[in-house]
Design a protein. Structure first.
Length: 365
């Protein structure tokens, strides 16, 4: 096993565990109940996955699915749910938070001076750590929740970058996937923060759960890598199985369209439409992002129609020419087979001349 692969696999999963533990710590501090530390046991699944991956896959990932990303979602999403639900009963302004930070900084300077004059370096480090923890505890809870959301999405992208890739995925495909994840993470963060910050939404417990459910559903696209990989055609694929041929040629494009319609922009548009149509909630940003979702859904449907018409024209053109309609994503296989067949016929023709020519010399003799 390569040392760099092992290091990347372990460091990435360690970052996942540490971030998940910070989320559990915040839930325990907000709820003031030690029983919520039991959420930390979910990290045992990630530890088990790490051991199995190192043993059977030598630290590398799989072709279409990332178990580490999926288990990280399982570890951190419950904590974010509890923080957002509890967030509905707490409000805090910016000015009190700034005052608390200033006081904490003053305490930090005083503790540093006292420890420097009386005791050694070890005591100074301990006092510094205590003051730092107290300073973090005084930060407003809304700031903590938003920071966990932001670092969560950033860690998903960075973690997917650091995780060792499998043999089936290339560096070019990984770079495309990471660029897609950056845009997706920004849209998801905007959806959660923009809708949950509305005062009328905070007063409705059902709306909060519905928005968090759609937010969780949209996160399921991160463990999947189908957006940049093409599904290979089987040799038994025939011209009669048109859907299989369509999926074979445009697998990555169709997956992108499906993600946009059913996992991200489609559900986001439905939630925002319900907020404006049923609950009569209107603001400038909500209207703008609703229009954006409508535009994206329309363009994705237009793209699907273009792909279907292009594939239909290709199939009809091949059928009119009398060609065998093989899988369009493997155009060279049939050509190579036909070329090889023609070469075999030429070799047979050269190796075995006609009988009349072979018998002519014997008659003259």
């Amino acid at each position: 096993m390569e040392l760099m692969v092992l290091l990347n696999a372990l460091v990435t999963r360690l970052l996942f565990v540490l971030h998940s533990l910070i989320g559990v710590w915040r839930v325990t501090a907000v709820k003031k109940e030690p029983k919520y530390w039991l959420l930390a046991l979910l990290n045992l699944l990630l530890c088990l996955e790490t051991g199995l991956t190192l043993k059977f896959k030598q630290g590398r990932g799989y072709k279409w699915f990332s178990p580490a990303i999926f288990l990280y979602l399982i570890c951190i999403v419950p904590s974010l749910w509890l923080l957002e639900i509890h967030h509905g009963t707490q409000y805090c302004g910016n000015e009190p938070g700034a005052v608390q930070v200033n006081v904490s900084n003053q305490d930090f300077n005083q503790s540093r001076e006292s420890s420097h004059g009386s005791e050694g370096t070890d005591h100074h480090i301990i006092q510094t750590a205590k003051v730092f923890v107290n300073q973090l505890s005084t930060i407003c809870e809304t700031v903590w929740t938003l920071a966990l959301h932001q670092t969560f999405l950033l860690l998903l992208v960075v973690g997917r970058w650091l995780l060792p890739i499998g043999v089936e995925i290339t560096r070019d495909q990984l770079s495309q996937l990471l660029l897609m994840f950056v845009g997706t993470a920004a849209d998801i963060l905007e959806f959660a923060s923009e809708t949950l910050d509305i005062e009328d939404v905070r007063k409705n417990y059902v709306l909060i759960n519905a928005i968090l459910a759609v937010w969780t559903w949209s996160m399921l696209q991160f463990p999947l890598d189908l957006a940049v990989q093409h599904i290979g055609c089987k040799s038994s694929t025939s011209a009669r199985r048109i859907p299989s041929l369509l999926l074979c040629r445009y697998s990555a494009e169709l997956w992108n369209i499906g993600v946009s319609l059913f996992i991200q922009d489609g559900p986001f548009f439905i939630v925002r439409s319900i907020l404006m149509g049923h609950f009569r909630i209107f603001n400038q940003m909500l209207v703008f992002f609703t229009a954006k979702n409508i535009l994206v859904v329309t363009l994705q449907l237009y793209r699907l129609a273009v792909i279907t018409l292009d594939f239909r024209a290709t199939v009809l053109q091949k059928s009119r020419k009398g060609e065998v309609c093989c899988c369009p994503c493997e155009p060279y296989e049939a050509h190579a087979h036909a070329t090889g067949h023609q070469e075999n016929e030429m070799k047979e023709f050269v190796a075995f001349p006609p009988k009349e020519e072979s018998q002519a010399p014997s008659e003259d003799h």
